[in-house]
Design a protein around this ligand. Structure first.
Ligand code: GRF
Length: 219
């Protein structure tokens, strides 16, 4: 594998892969921000910073797959199977075939291995619907409501070997309103996610947000 230390800015349009398991509203926001085909993009430097070049879904029925294909983005279903070894090997082949520079996990409901996270260190992002480090893991919105907090939000972070533990790139607040249920709060958090994720990707591409600390040996 290539050296992963501080690869950004690249000086060319970055090729972004999105991993998704669900309906894909964050994928839609990333496609809107980073047009899939840079050659036909408006002559706008911000739009040309990246293009969504690949979508990987572990579930064949994920809305994200259809959404990607409708937008003209190469999209593959990579089944997770019994373990993540086969998934990660197949996904890695697709990432190399499509010359991917940066991966955005967007509602991807699988935990990737520490080895995969190390290979993509500084180039693997995730979005989570809470103000991390509060409420990591599943049902983050439900956890926030159960804890009775008066504000929650979303966090975009680099992925490390843990679950929702990597260095934070972007964190945005959303107030919890009286009478909020899980659906209502989640919907308002998602509206904010759709702005936060493209902003975080831009910060990484510009070299404004980097994975701190020394680089590990790549396996
Ligand atoms: C988002 O709320 C994200 O924070 C979480 O999963 C959800 C995915 O939603 N990791 P969508 O598929 O992007 O609509």
């Amino acid at each position: 594998m290539t050296d992963v230390s501080s690869p950004f800015p690249l000086g060319r349009t970055a090729r972004l892969a999105v991993f998704a398991s669900g309906r894909g509203s964050n994928l839609a926001a990333l496609i809107a921000a980073f047009l899939p085909v840079p050659e036909v993009a408006a002559p706008d430097a911000a739009a040309a910073e990246a293009c969504v070049a690949l979508v990987v879904c572990d579930r064949a029925e994920a809305g994200a797959l259809g959404l990607a294909r409708a937008a003209g983005v190469p999209a593959v279903h990579v089944p997770f199977g019994r373990d993540r070894v086969g998934f990660e090997a197949a996904a890695q082949r697709e990432l190399e075939r499509h010359n991917i520079d940066l991966i955005a996990l967007a509602g991807f409901m699988r935990i990737l291995s520490p080895g995969f996270a190390a290979t993509w260190r500084g180039r693997l992002l995730n979005i989570h619907p809470s103000l991390l480090p509060s409420f990591p893991g599943l049902h983050a919105v439900r956890q926030a409501l159960a804890a009775g907090v008066d504000r929650s939000g979303c966090t975009v972070h680099f992925v490390d070997a843990g679950v929702d533990t990597g260095p934070v790139i972007e964190r945005r607040d959303v107030p919890v309103l009286g009478g909020d249920d899980e659906d209502a709060l989640q919907a308002r958090i998602q509206d904010v996610e759709h702005v936060a994720y493209p902003a975080a990707v831009r910060a990484v591409l510009r070299g404004e947000a980097t994975f701190p600390g020394s680089m590990e040996a790549v396996p």
